[in-house]
Write a protein that binds this ligand. Structure first.
Ligand SMILES: *Cc1c(COP(=O)(O)O)cnc(C)c1O
Length: 462
């Protein structure tokens, strides 16, 4: 066994090997040396455990440079791999919700006036350049932006309701994927939750009966991700606002999706927009930046100055404030909403793509796939907004169906770039509405590789 250890090449010998000499130029000497040590140590361990025969020790030694290179590539690869989203779900939380508008603004490749007043040459306020624009977007008096909508709610309730009661309907004690549970968020902010009404019906009187000396606010949360249908009732926002104001209380609304435009424009059911909620008398409305706004992850709070201004002054704000990447991309996103050039926001470009365009793309992609022996056929699909918005509605869409098994889906997901579709009735369905138009070519090549992979592997005898 001792002689086996001696067959393992020393690190300095490995470094003379052609491919690893090149690797030093690409990855740096320290990284390559570390990878050599790690792989030779694994081999030494296998020999010590007597897992290898004489012949296989020699094979393993010869294979070392390849394994070292593979390890170097693995550690240097991007941790968050790029994905072609062929699921048809536009706001897919696991895939980063709304894709960011591109290209990134030049200010992100440089220093920028993040907290600097260039006219005065003095220190500025981080949110000041964006506040006015946020206000104009939704017609509010004041606005604050934080890291996400969960942070927005925590900041809102900590500032205005810590140690006091907040009244919420039992139909709105929502859980959103990824550990957002309204009751827990309220608890974390120190506010005491007072539940009123029933799961399907809550009346104005239920709220009124619950108001006490300790009440700090009424809260309405959007029923994201689900729908209560049938025998249901909930008071309109305007009546809730009047009730709250009669008792000198604020009405807070967690709108969630950041709905700015009338969704019926895209054939979806109308949902109250942020402006409509403010117009109906809500004192503060909060929402995410990366859902229907189509921008970066953020939480935005808009409303009247007396409720919004204290938020930016609360010590917790410093812990929840957004970074420059989010602020700059949010500014560009808002500019696109303002100008009406919605197609420059990828989410809206996908939403606005006509069925004819999708069919044309499917024909072209399908033809190229069949030319390479992949049995793809065009098929009608249903896409969905996702992200908890309009949970029961779908949008007509078009894509490709490929007869295959789970292995095809696995291969496709593991390819580079990764392609995620959905499996329906023994077919892999690739919905083109969520595939960015510039990605069709890559979709074809990845699909051909994934389809060919199991056959070539069988041929290789593995
Ligand atoms: C999405 C959503 C949240 C959570 O927002 P994040 O930005 O993910 O923190 C909270 N409330 C509602 C109603 C939502 O739809």
């Amino acid at each position: 066994m001792g002689s086996h250890f001696r067959t393992i090449p020393a690190v300095h010998r490995l470094l003379e090997e052609g491919s690893l000499r090149e690797a030093v130029a690409d990855f740096g000497r320290d990284q390559v040396v570390a990878a050599c040590r790690a792989e030779t140590e694994l081999l030494r361990q296998a020999i010590a455990d007597e897992k290898l025969t004489d012949a296989s020790v020699a094979d393993e030694c010869n294979d070392l440079p390849r394994r070292i290179l593979a390890q170097l590539r693995e550690t240097s690869r991007e941790a968050y791999v790029r994905i072609i989203n062929a699921t048809g779900i536009l706001i897919h939380t696991n895939l980063g919700r709304a894709p960011l508008p591109y290209p990134f603004p030049a200010s992100l490749e440089s220093y920028l006036a993040l907290e600097y007043d260039v006219m005065a040459g003095s220190r500025g306020q981080r949110l000041a350049p964006l506040r006015e624009r946020l206000c104009t977007l939704v017609g509010s008096e004041s606005a604050v932006m934080v890291n996400n909508n969960a942070a927005a709610l925590v900041l809102l309730l900590t500032t205005h309701a810590a140690g006091r009661q907040v009244i919420v309907s039992r139909s709105e004690l929502i859980e959103i994927g990824g550990s957002f549970r309204l009751p827990m968020v309220m608890e974390a902010s120190g506010a005491q939750l007072v539940e009123v009404g029933c799961t399907n019906r809550t009346h104005l009187k239920d709220y009124e009966d619950a108001i006490t000396q300790d009440t700090a606010a009424l809260l309405v949360a959007h029923q994201s991700n689900f729908k209560i249908v049938g025998f249901t009732a909930s008071p309109p926002i305007s009546e809730l606002a009047s009730l709250a104001h009669r008792y000198n209380l604020p009405l807070f609304v967690d709108q969630g999706s950041g709905c700015i435009h009338d969704l019926s424009r895209w054939g979806l059911p109308h949902e109250d927009t942020v402006s409509e909620l403010l117009g109906a008398g809500s004192d503060v409305v909060c929402f995410s930046g990366d859902k229907l706004l189509g921008g970066p992850q953020a939480g935005i709070l808009v409303g009247t100055g007396n409720w919004i201004e204290p938020l930016g002054k609360h010590p917790l704000y410093r812990a929840l404030r957004p970074d420059k990447t989010a602020l700059v991309t949010m500014d560009r996103t808002i500019a696109a909403h303002h100008s009406g050039q919605l197609e420059s926001i990828p989410l809206y470009a996908m939403l606005e793509t006509s069925l004819e365009t999708l069919k044309r793309r499917a024909q072209s992609v399908g033809r190229r796939l069949r030319q390479q022996g992949v049995p793809a056929r065009g098929c009608s699909t249903r896409a969905a907004l996702g992200g908890g918005t309009t949970p029961t509605e779908t949008i007509s869409s078009y894509g490709l169906a490929i007869a295959g098994n789970q292995e095809l889906a696995d291969n496709l997901r593991r390819s580079d770039p990764s392609v995620v579709g959905r499996f329906e009735n023994e077919e892999l369905v690739l919905d083109l509405r969520t595939v960015l138009p510039g990605q069709d070519k890559e979709l074809v090549s990845a699909t051909c590789r994934a389809y060919g992979a199991p056959q070539s592997r069988q041929a290789g005898g593995k």
